[in-house]
Design a protein around this ligand. Structure first.
Ligand code: PLP
Length: 399
């Protein structure tokens, strides 16, 4: 007898959380681990945001709130979308959940019927396919090549769209590649989608504020032709270093937003009242630190990309956003490590790297593209210098 549901057999635990957990365990057992697996800024939540949370507790903002967000937070989100993205929403078109992940989960669960397909460009954020599978849908993975900067092209999009397509999920800047879609690229995608009026677009903009090299962030809902069928996802986790507070949000069509609230009302009820108060301050308060932090991330990216490209066997694109790089380890596969034997594939590469050097990274196949690995550089420069040296030593032991 099994007590577990059959839907559970369709999904796997998040591989990035698994690597982080493994790194934690190794560290606890005394191994000198450098964890580059987690997708979490190493900066602290700003003080004004913490103060707002303390104030909320003192004021007694400690009760249930409206299911999909307090009016104050919805208004702050409406202003954010309007001021930063030129997107106009009313309160009925805004949903707040316990992290972007819950908002995405609600949207997929609220809209997928058995057999519906969701187009997911790969490499993808690890949770998209599993959320679709849990909802009974079919993730249609579209492999995007390194020479296209891991981005979906209009031709590939056309080839994979069908009567069954319910959603396409876009994520720019991307986790795991750091690639960003320009306005021109997104306008071409929007134009292609004009011929498929029933396809919904999910734009996951959670890394919006982590961009470099004067990259001008653009989100696809800014293209008026598809605004009405786009759900724009964002949150405070990455931009405001608030991963533990669990606040994410979306703007989109009122009927979908209402359905998402129905699901949330029967699951978590509402996101934490205190975190919502903190998120209001994050969105309305001082924003100047965002640029300062993005500059720190840029310096790390510059260092990591340059150092990785100097290692024989490793090639790394120079992405314009997020805090990840997605280098190729294809040239190391099939080679023999002098102590650990042949590197069979990317999973073997990262496993042996962890075993030999204590550097924890995530294999590309976890994100739907083999032959690569993801490094999160949301850690100190000192850690990055050590990590890159260890990767370099590991690769020089391959022949
Ligand atoms: N989307 C992407 C691409 C992510 O990388 C993450 C977190 O790693 C999320 C959404 C969800 O973030 P949260 O649930 O913390 O808002």
């Amino acid at each position: 007898m099994t007590i577990l549901s059959s839907s559970l057999s369709r999904i796997k635990p998040s591989p990035t959380i698994a690597v982080t957990q493994k790194a934690r365990e190794l560290k606890a057992s005394g191994v000198d681990v450098i964890a580059l697996g987690a997708g979490e800024p190493d900066f602290d939540t700003p003080d004004n945001v913490k103060e707002a949370a303390i104030e909320a507790i003192k004021k007694g903002d400690t009760k249930y709130t409206a299911v999909d967000g307090t009016q104050n937070l919805k208004d702050a989100i409406i202003n954010k979308f309007n001021n930063e993205n030129g997107l106009k929403y009313s309160r009925e078109e805004i949903s707040v959940g316990a992290g972007g992940k819950q908002v995405i989960f609600n949207a997929i669960l609220a809209s997928i019927n058995p057999g519906d397909e969701v187009l997911i460009p790969a490499p993808y954020w690890v949770s998209y396919p599993d959320i679709v599978l849990l909802a009974g849908g079919i993730p249609k993975i579209v492999i995007c090549e390194e020479e296209d900067e891991f981005k979906i092209t209009a031709e590939k999009l056309k080839k994979n769209l069908s009567e069954k397509t319910k959603w396409i999920i876009l994520n720019s800047p991307s986790n795991p590649t750091g690639s960003c879609y320009s306005k021109e690229e997104l306008d071409i995608i929007a134009l292609t989608l004009k011929d498929y009026p029933n396809v919904m677009i999910m734009s996951d903009d959670i890394y919006e504020h982590v961009v470099y090299d004067n990259f001008k962030f653009y989100t696809i809902a800014q293209n008026k032709s598809i605004f009405n069928r786009t759900l724009t996802i964002n949150g405070v986790s990455k931009s405001y270093a608030m991963t533990g507070w669990r606040i994410g949000y979306a703007g989109g069509p009122a009927d979908l937003i209402k359905a998402m609230a129905k699901i949330q009302s029967q699951s978590t009820t509402n996101p934490s009242s205190i975190s919502q108060a903190a998120a209001v301050e994050a969105l309305n308060g001082d924003q100047s630190f965002i640029k300062v932090r993005a500059k720190a991330f840029k310096d790390r990216r510059d260092f990591v990309v340059e150092s990785l490209n100097a290692i024989p066997g490793i090639n790394c694109l120079n992405p314009q956003g997020a805090f990840y790089v997605f280098p190729s380890c294809k040239k190391c596969i099939g080679k023999k490590h002098k102590e650990l034997g042949v590197i069979k594939d990317d999973t073997d590469f990262v496993t042996k790297l962890l075993e030999k050097t204590g550097v924890a990274v995530v294999q590309g196949s976890a994100f739907g593209l083999e032959g690569f690995f993801r490094i999160s550089y949301a850690t100190s420069m000192e850690n990055l210098e050590k990590a890159v040296k260890r990767i370099s030593d590991f690769c020089s032991d391959l022949s």
